[in-house]
Structure formats: structure tokens, C-alpha cells
Ligand binder design. Structure first.
Ligand SMILES: [Fe+2]
Length: 104
């Protein structure tokens, strides 16, 4: 069993922080899965296999979203920043700059 998600001795971390770390690891894994399916689909020639991969990737979108929502509920400051960036149009860097200045 791997414990790579901890950057500090696990026994010194609270249960809440350990759960947070596990969910961050899950978020990373879901993002990796999205990328891996994207890469596989780009080289797959069999239409049925590609369709199955697309279906699986769509599941990963949901998993990523659920993980992210869990984390944002635990960390309201993160949600506040992301509200300025996600689901917006226009320049993403400007939105990021705006989010940086945003105070709860
Ligand atoms: Fe997943």
C-alpha cells in the first residue's frame, strides 16, 4: 500500500488532513485517467474500442468533478478563487489575476 500522498508523517496529520490528501491524490488520478483515455483514443483505429474509451473517459469527468467538489466544500477559499476562473469566458490569465485579488 502506497503512502505517497503524504508529505508529512501521516501519524502527525489529523484524520481530516489525511482525507484531504487522499482526495487530492484521487483528483490527480482522475485527471491522469482523462489524459490517458484522450491519448488512447487519438491512436485507436477500432471505432467500437474508441467508443468504449470515450464512455470510460466521460465517467472520469464525473469522478474528477465529484472529487473537486468535495475538496472545494472543505476549502471555501479555494472555491472563492475558482469562481472567478471556472465557467467564464475571455482571457484566462486575467481571470486568474482577478481571482488572486479576490477576498472572501
Ligand atoms: Fe475514475
Amino acid at each position: 500500500m502506497g503512502f505517497d500522498q503524504y508529505h508529512e508523517p501521516p501519524e502527525e496529520l489529523s484524520q481530516e488532513v489525511r482525507t484531504f490528501a487522499r482526495m487530492i491524490t484521487s483528483l490527480i488520478e482522475e485527471a491522469e485517467a482523462i489524459s490517458w483515455y484522450e491519448q488512447r483514443m487519438s491512436v485507436e483505429k477500432d471505432a467500437q474500442a474508441k467508443a468504449i474509451m470515450k464512455n470510460a473517459q466521460t465517467e472520469e469527468f464525473k469522478h474528477f468533478g465529484m472529487n473537486l467538489e468535495f475538496l472545494l466544500r472543505k476549502m471555501p477559499e479555494w472555491r472563492t478563487k475558482l469562481k472567478e476562473i471556472l465557467f467564464t469566458t475571455g482571457d484566462i490569465v486575467e481571470a486568474g489575476e482577478k481571482a488572486e485579488k479576490k477576498v472572501d
